[in-house]
Design a protein around this ligand. Structure first.
Ligand code: SF4
Length: 304
């Protein structure tokens, strides 16, 4: 990991460099290889792939969020911006109105930049892009504008873990905190519940790249500054492959990795069509997940 000379990291890049990154991401979107689905649609020519995204910000809402991890929320809240649609299509998505029913509207990049500045003005601790992967070019373009207008909050990349390493490399020096889900330890399970071929292998490579860029999570005065924060949602019947996921984190990333092991799964959206997903997890299942983390020596894994 190359230590940043500035914090947040993007303050160390020139406006020209930020715009060049946005342009490189735009090139990755035509034909589209922004995420591992590789739809190869020409988004610059108006074609739309599996996520249906174009090249303007497509957003649902924004505001200070107090329900995120404590290290993101602090006193002022996490400045969340919810992006419409997603590349994963999980049958149990807890956010399906936005990700799959695609509630939201397209806005100019200038408006997205203004949202970021507003979140800063009202005292949020960070800008938290929720489900940003498929809209990376327009997000970086807006960030370049916001930075010119005085944005200086750290950037949180709050994503599904199904990321292209090529796209992630273009975010090196822009993102301060990567917050991916690590959803499954088995790609066949992933194929059944999400449209994400090879999820386990893809997520492993993506998380390694994220960790290479930002390292373990650094926290100052209770607030996350920079690093990797992984979310793992425990599913019923061991479907999340918790042992494999946590073993990878412990053995191939770092035992100091900050992992939020989440218990809040509930059946929603299409989960009712799958008997094994049609219930909440039991306290025993959750305790077992925590025990696995303890056994593997993951000292910063738990409910956060
Ligand atoms: S970002 Fe969207 S269009 Fe591009 S490869 Fe992924 S799902 Fe397909």
């Amino acid at each position: 990991m190359t230590p940043p000379v500035t914090w947040p990291a993007y303050l160390g890049l020139s406006g020209k460099e930020l715009r060049a990154r946005a342009e490189a991401l735009r090139e990755l979107a035509s034909p589209c290889r922004l995420c591992p689905r590789e739809c190869h649609v020409r988004r610059t020519e108006g074609e739309r792939g599996s996520c249906q995204a174009g090249l303007r910000p497509w957003v649902s809402s924004f505001g200070p969020h107090f329900g995120e991890e404590r290290v993101l929320v602090g006193r002022g809240g996490s400045g969340t911006i919810f992006f419409t649609s997603c590349n994963l299509h999980c049958v149990f998505c807890q956010n399906y109105e936005i990700s799959q029913l695609r509630e939201g509207r397209e806005i100019p990049v200038e408006e997205l930049a203004a949202w970021m500045l507003h979140l800063q003005e009202i005292g949020c601790h960070n800008i938290n892009f929720v489900t940003p992967t498929h809209q990376a070019p327009q997000i970086v373009e807006a960030l370049a504008l916001a930075r010119e207008e005085g944005l200086k909050l750290p950037i949180v990349w709050n994503c599904g873990g199904y990321e292209s390493v090529k796209a992630l490399r273009l975010l090196d020096g822009i993102v301060d905190i990567y917050m991916p889900d690590f959803k499954y330890g088995d790609s066949q399970v992933a194929a059944r519940f999400s449209e994400a071929p090879g999820y386990f292998e893809v997520a492993r490579a993506a998380l390694k790249e994220m960790h290479r860029q930002v390292g373990d999570l650094e926290i100052r005065d209770g607030i996350a500054q920079r690093g990797l924060l992984i979310r793992h949602l425990v599913l019923p019947e061991g479907l999340a492959g918790t042992e494999k996921v946590l073993r990878f984190i412990a053995e191939e990333l770092s035992r100091e990795t900050f992992v939020n092991i989440m218990a809040q799964y509930y059946p929603t959206y299409k989960a009712w069509q799958y008997p094994e997903l049609a219930r909440r997890i039991t306290p025993e299942e959750y305790r077992e997940a925590l025990e696995i983390a303890r056994r593997l020596g993951l000292s910063r894994a738990g409910p956060h």
